[in-house]
Design a protein around this ligand. Structure first.
Ligand SMILES: Cc1ncc(COP(=O)(O)O)c(C=O)c1O
Ligand SMILES: [Zn+2]
Length: 441
């Protein structure tokens, strides 16, 4: 296996893309491919990879991780081609999973798709909590029912499928728990070797999922940023595929499908506001990317929803950068929050998150752990939806933004609950009364 950091810079913008792609594929000479060029085409519109910071272009059919300038890479689609072959109406006949958008996803051959039926999660109206906050249309899109219990399944399904297509044998990633669990599970289905490095304080259930899937699991007495350093060193020694957040361009494509689904589920009439619990920010960047692609396809109108990044008060680098008018965040020292998935002191894609918020006239807001716990109980008791703490932070944020007047009564608002409350069995601690065996209530 060769070094997975190998990068080939090609100028696809100059019109020599096809030739350069062929050269790149030949030169890079990475892992032997499995069944990459066999079977039925997905008809994907994937065209090339590009750097959102310096504009460099890269071929997509070999392993590329970051741009040589250090920025994450994004996938560019030939949307003219997609628009010619796919109409909104075609989607109605397709299965209710994220692969219904296969033309807007990076996998080229159907045989390489690794799926557990992920996607098309429900958008539920919250009538009681809407009334309590004086909002006419408050919704939650609930990712709690997706395989592995969190939206990380989307990134894993598409990321693992593309890794398989690229001939990857061994991948490694740092995680706050949920992503590692999802990649371990999807990796097992794909037959890949998966190595996971997570903080020792990550939710215990995610450890068990990794172990059950027979992933190589390693614990660190530190934060996800410390795990990331260990992964980076290991990748440079062993040449494994680095599946760290935004160090491969395909996880974001899976998360993008949340934005595609919101558009389709609202009948291509977008809501006014989408709130998202932001750690690495991949979901938010993905939703923004999805909406711009749909706009370019002409499937939605010009105006995009205001995107809101919600963080925890104990780890709010994006909120701070937003309030200070910065384009990048600063490492958040001694971060802590019970909403473990958003305990990310510095995100590689912070500049993309901040751009998405500003371009859509959104904002960034933080909630305290107490506010998160209160919101979690209100959602469960008021609406019968048991969300993860990250998702609960959104309702805490809605209350704050509504009382400030930033959210209006007539705004159509979607909270993106990223996972199931049952993945966090220790977050709530109740002591119900014991009954004697002969007692009657
Ligand atoms: C439940 C949950 N919500 C939100 C996030 C943050 O995700 P993102 O990296 O897209 O900001 C995570 C990440 O671990 C998570 O596990
Ligand atoms: Zn670059």
């Amino acid at each position: 296996m060769t070094n997975s950091n190998t990068q080939i810079n090609i100028d696809v913008r100059a019109g020599n893309g096809a030739r350069a792609k062929a050269d790149a594929a030949a030169n890079i000479g990475v892992q032997e491919k499995t069944d990459a060029h066999a079977g039925r085409s997905t008809n994907t519109g994937i065209d090339h990879l590009y750097c959102p910071r310096c504009g460099a272009g890269y071929a997509y059919d070999s392993i590329v991780q970051l741009c040589r300038c250090g920025s994450p890479l994004l996938v560019k689609y030939d949307l003219k081609k997609v628009g010619e072959s796919l109409k909104k109406f075609d989607l109605t006949a397709r299965a209710p999973d994220l692969w219904r958008y296969k033309e807007l996803l990076p996998v080229e051959y159907e045989d390489n798709i690794v799926s557990l039926g992920e996607g098309f999660t429900p958008v539920l109206p919250l009538r009681k909590l809407g009334a309590a906050t004086d909002i006419d249309e408050l919704y939650i899109k609930d990712e709690g029912i997706i395989p592995t219990g969190t939206f990380k399944a989307r990134g894993a399904a598409v990321g693992v499928s593309k890794a398989k297509e690229l001939g990857v044998r061994t991948l490694i990633m740092p995680t706050n728990g949920n992503a590692g669990a999802a990649w371990a599970i999807y990796g097992a289905r794909a037959g890949l070797n998966v190595k996971i490095v997570m903080p020792k304080d990550a939710p215990a259930i995610t450890r068990n999922e990794c172990a059950a899937a027979n992933a190589g699991l390693y614990l660190v007495d530190g934060l996800i940023s410390d795990c990331g350093k260990i992964v980076a060193r290991s990748v440079s020694v062993h040449g494994w595929y680095d599946a760290s957040t935004l160090k491969e361009p395909y996880r974001i494509e899976g998360k993008k499908t949340m934005g595609l689904e919101i558009a389709e589920q609202f009948g291509w009439e977008l809501p006014d506001v989408i709130l998202y619990p932001t750690g690495g920010g991949v979901g938010l960047i993905g939703i923004y990317k999805a909406l711009r692609e749909l706009r370019e396809l002409g499937w939605i109108g010009k105006r995009l929803p205001r995107l809101v990044a919600v963080q925890a008060e104990g780890c709010a680098p994006i909120v701070k950068a937003f309030e200070e008018g910065r384009t990048e965040s600063v490492f958040w020292e001694n971060s802590h929050t019970l909403a473990f998935g958003i305990n990310v002191p510095k995100a590689l894609g912070d500049f993309l998150v901040l751009e998405a918020i500003r371009e859509t006239e959104g904002c960034a807001v933080a909630a305290s752990d107490d506010e998160i716990l209160a919101a979690l109980s209100e959602l469960a008791a008021g609406e019968g939806i048991f969300v993860c703490p990250e998702g609960a932070a959104l309702y805490a944020a809605v209350k704050k933004l509504r009382s400030k007047g930033w959210l209006g009564k007539r705004d159509r608002i979607v909270m993106l609950n990223t996972g199931a409350g049952i993945k966090y069995p220790d977050t709530l601690n109740f002591s119900p009364p014991y009954l004697d065996l002969d007692q009657t209530l």
